[in-house]
Write a protein that binds this ligand. Sequence first.
Ligand code: C5P
Length: 402
Amino acid sequence: MRSIMKQTQTKRIVLGLTGGIAAYKTAELARLLVKQNVDVQVAMTEAACRFITPATMQALSGRPVLVNQWDATENSMAHISASRAADAIVIAPATADFIAKLALGLAGDLLSTLCLARDCPLLVAPAMNKQMWENPATQRNIAQLIADGVTILGPACGVQACGEEGMGRMLEAEELARDILAFFQPKLLSGVKVLLTAGPTYEAIDAVRGITNRSSGKMGYAVAQAALELGADVILISGPTALSKPQGAQVEDVTSAAEMFDAVKQHVADADIFIGVAAVADYRAAQVSEQKIKKGEGKLTLELTPNPDILAYVAGLPKPPFCVGFAAESENLREYAEAKRRAKKIPLLAANLAQQAIGSDANELILFDDAGEHVLPHSDKLTLARALLRHAVKLYQQGKQQ
Ligand code: C5P
């Protein structure tokens, strides 16, 4: 049986390194890409070889590294054949000098020749000192590359190898791997509006205390990221989390379930797909004390009142978007999850064990739909989110055809 987790097909990239200190991050990038089944052919400029050895890159990519265009022993047409075989060329790190060469169409070494001779997309991750980045010449060259259809990844702001601080740091390996994999995702949700809830909610009891839960928001943010990768317009209604916002999503921060409900009601009319990932508190304090409640001698009884069920409300609208729910259970996962899917009248529900899911970076999901159950094996949350969305998109598109 073909796994529901499988990416459509193996992608091949040429990973080009030029001479910058950030080359050490590219070693990790190669490892991460290979781990994600990307076929990586490394090509290095001679300056890059001064920062990291071809032997390291060869060991990590599992292929001999292309360095010298005059080395005819392997393949005298390496600049043509390597770029023809690739689905994309990624330059990381890309120095100011190499960016200038690309902007001018120079082809004085193997890597720049490869870029000029390509018939595939080019992705460039700049890495340089902030003054070099801000220099009008570099900005002009970057603008030229964008106009030529090149994708620029980063750079980021932060402390630089020279000790200065500012724009020009190359993105981290994990960020680059995420962006490169995202680049390859088919844009199945282009023009589709996805509304999501994520994270916990916080229900105030008094001025300083409240009821919340241990949801980190990681799964909801991963689902938002996966939807962005598929080209969706994403609105993320987020409870309090410590996570950085998914780039490209419209994020609305809320605190309580009531605020989350209001935000969802405000956006739901435009939504094509609604995904309730948030761990919404089931109850809130019946009365919130404006002042801190003073400690007394005896017991304190807190009266709780139920919160609205946001997902059930959305699914019950006269013209609901395609709804996806989550269920975190600590026991009887299958039975409770399917019962929940039917009770909330939603076409798709992703169930997980609460003790395994909450706060962790990896998880295991079981999807329930009208056809039965589909297991998404233990994996990191972004990989799971991508698989969940591929499944949701299939059902969403089937529903539209009916
Ligand atoms: O009923 P239960 O809380 O287990 O349902 C979980 C699903 O319902 C999740 O998708 C969650 O985001 C959503 N939910 C909601 N509003 C609530 C409670 C849960 O949207 N008040």
